[in-house]
Ligand binder design. Structure first.
Ligand code: AMP
Length: 286
């Protein structure tokens, strides 16, 4: 396994593989790897000749009051894990090589970046879209893998890859959960024991909403009410940023349920902000 830190070297290495007709699967991460990340790595390995994983905690996607400085870091553990998985290259750039002092260009995906998390984290998706554009330009993968856990992020990246003619397949992979349903996330490490127990309410809330839809309930306001009540009854939930029923293409809140539906939740448990979502097509499943 090779560790590459310099963007130019990563670019030249990828170009070499492409010239020899090899396909490259790419998994961008912020490290502190868990089984969710590893599931993407396995998909990338299965589909491609060469697998590249980047570890880069992107400073420009964190707001000034957010957790950039305390975000979990474990480069040594991550490296060992990726080696065991048979990854070919870890791309591990310095912040200054991705965002040098004279950096002036940003990528903004309109509309879908303004919904859901966009309302609560101004500038977050501009930071994500910019760094992912750069990483895709540096690694030049055939396919890049993202988790459905961050559904909004995944559709923003699909949109930018299409709009900017990036010639890459964006593959969205299923959410990997703990046994009790909590979606795996590097930020779960912030939770103390009581908060960790309480955090199962997020999956339970999505499951209850999806069961209601599958049982034929189409009253969106009722479903949203059930979701909020369930979350707010849990004393460790310190705030609900959003919880409801959305159009999976536009991310607009739905006024009636028709076909594919996105159930999405963002809550704060103590100081920790956690996300989860579920795609449901009640009509198909009835
Ligand atoms: P992060 O390191 O949190 O930026 O995540 C890197 C990639 O892993 C993103 O595409 C995430 O959506 C994906 N990911 C994170 N958690 C999970 C999970 N529990 N299941 C599947 N993919 C995930």
């Amino acid at each position: 396994m090779e560790i590459i830190r310099i963007p130019r070297i990563m670019q030249d290495t990828s170009r070499g593989y492409v010239l020899r007709g090899r396909t490259i699967g790419f998994v961008p991460t912020m490290g502190a790897l868990h089984e969710g990340h590893i599931s993407l790595v396995r998909m990338a390995k299965q589909d491609n000749d060469i697998t590249v994983v980047s570890i880069f905690i992107n400073p420009i996607q964190f707001g000034p009051a957010e957790d950039f400085h305390k975000y979990p870091r474990d480069t040594e553990g991550d490296t060992e894990r990726l080696q065991k998985e048979g990854v070919d290259i870890i791309f591990l750039p310095e912040i200054s090589s991705i965002f040098p002092e004279n950096f002036l260009t940003y990528v903004e995906v309109e509309k879908i970046s303004e919904r859901l998390c966009g309302t609560f984290r101004p500038g977050h998706f501009k930071g994500v879209a910019t760094v992912v554009t750069k990483l895709l330009n540096i690694v030049k993968p055939t396919k890049a893998y993202f988790g459905q856990k961050d559904f909004q992020q995944a559709i923003i990246i699909k949109q930018l890859a299409k709009d900017l003619d990036m010639n890459v397949d964006i593959v969205v992979c299923p959410t990997i959960r703990e046994r009790d349903g909590l979606a795996m996330s590097s930020r779960n490490a912030y939770l103390d024991k009581k908060q960790r127990e309480a955090s199962t309410v997020i999956y339970k809330c999505l499951k209850e909403a999806s069961d209601l839809m599958k049982s034929g309930i189409i009253d969106v306001r009722y479903i949203k009410g059930v979701m909020h009540d369930k979350l707010l009854k849990e004393s460790s939930v310190s705030g609900v940023d959003y919880a409801g029923v959305y159009d999976p293409v536009t991310l607009d809140e739905l006024s009636e349920i028709k076909g594919d539906t996105l159930l999405a939740v963002a809550v704060k448990i103590g100081e920790t902000r956690l996300l989860d979502n579920m795609l449901v097509n009640a009509a198909k499943e009835r």
